[in-house]
Design a protein around this ligand. Structure first.
Ligand code: IPM
Ligand code: MG
Length: 370
């Protein structure tokens, strides 16, 4: 197959981890005989420096003309004091909006070999397998007004939590469709004891549930959900929630896996192309040091193969290679534990790549005997 992939490395470790993911995709192309064409675009701080805007029009065009988008991370201290519309993060919000990426899937699963990297007890995290479906183009992130004002001679500030019914419905629908293919359970997270938007969210969830009689719907208040995620994470299959709650809960969920550096995500729209990015940020403190964990980015590329290109075997190959390398004891700094083999970003990528290409050989040899 031929596929055109837009690559937006962005800032900080985004550059390093995206380079790794591209190498892994080249290895997949080689083993499975696909032609992946990578075209690079700018987003975030790097785009601000070269064009004066965090998301240049040609980056949007490039994404729209591609089969899928791979994104690293944006942001850094250099731009932290920019005015709101000239922050790198605005580039990320704008590309999500421009591409209509309303559903952000953030899977968290248990890696037996990483159990020691999590601060939580093994028996609590064992066999965790959940997906947070985060609404991505509405809520507090986009509601207007969002500004500084004056009231009674005092400085004040306002952000707006606004959702239309259709926006709630389409993301909740995605969650149910996903749950149907998994363990048939949806936990809808809200703050319905306080917020009107949450009361409406609950109503919409109940409505959508009527079309999925075999999926169980449960409602949970967000503060309780934050506690349950740490206390008993195994109870969750698919969690669906609005933008900001999803942002917060997905960082929390990453602790179950051992590190933020392990969690990939897929952002889906009605028409495509879809966008794939790790849930972590640009980690300016370790930028350029070859220390970042490339696995979240590489697993995001695996999600791209599976979801955008329907390449199941190829995605499995990437995920198995990651699993194998972890079992072999390779660890970047964030997941290091005593006695393991400490590696750099590049070495981790090399190890995963070798696994992908070697597996190819092993399968081939086995084929010869079969
Ligand atoms: C994420 C990030 C972004 C978000 C930031 C960088 C704007 O935290 O993707 O989770 O809040 O959506
Ligand atoms: Mg976040």
């Amino acid at each position: 197959m031929r596929k055109q992939i837009a690559v937006l490395p962005g800032d900080g470790i985004g550059q390093e981890v995206v380079k790794g993911a591209v190498e892994i995709l080249r290895a997949i192309g080689e083993r499975f005989d696909h032609q992946f064409r990578f075209t690079y675009g700018e987003i975030g701080g790097i785009a601000l420096d070269s064009t004066g805007t965090p998301l240049p029009d040609d980056t949007i065009e490039l994404c729209k003309a591609s089969d899928a988008v791979l994104l690293g991370a944006v942001g850094g201290p250099k731009w932290d004091h920019n005015p709101p519309h000239l922050r790198p993060e605005q580039g990320l919000l704008k590309i999500r909006k421009e591409l209509g990426l309303y559903a952000n899937l953030r899977p968290t699963s248990y890696y037996a070999s990483l159990a020691d990297s999590s601060p939580l007890r093994r028996d609590v995290i064992e066999e965790v397998d959940m997906v947070i479906v985060r609404e991505l183009t509405g809520g507090l992130y986009f509601g207007k007004p969002s500004e500084r004002t004056y009231s009674n001679g005092e400085e004040a500030a306002v952000d707006t939590l606004y959702y239309e019914r259709a926006e709630m419905k389409r993301v909740i629908q995605q969650a149910f469709e996903l749950a149907q293919k998994r363990r048939q359970k949806v936990t809808s997270v809200d703050k319905a004891n306080v917020l009107e938007s949450s009361r409406m969210w609950r109503e919409v969830a109940e409505d959508v549930a009527k079309n999925f009689p075999n999926v169980t719907l449960e409602h949970m208040l967000v503060d309780n959900a934050a506690m349950q995620l740490i206390k008993n994470p195994k109870q969750f299959d698919v969690v669906v929630t609005e933008n900001m709650f999803g942002d917060i809960l997905s960082d929390e969920a990453s602790v179950l896996t051992g590190s933020l550096g392990m969690l990939p995500s897929a952002s889906l729209s009605e028409q495509g192309p879809y966008l794939f990015e790790p849930i972590h940020g640009s980690a300016p403190d370790i930028k350029g040091l070859n220390l970042a964990n490339p696995i979240a980015m590489i697993l995001s590329a695996a999600m791209m193969l599976r979801i955008s290109f329907g390449m199941t075997e190829e995605a499995d190959a990437v995920e198995c290679a990651v699993q194998q390398v972890l079992e072999n004891g390779y660890r970047t700094k964030d997941i290091y534990s005593f006695g393991k083999n400490a590696v750099t970003t590049d070495e981790m990528v090399e190890a995963i790549k070798a696994e992908i290409l070697d597996n190819g050989t092993i399968l081939h040899i086995m084929g010869a005997y079969a």
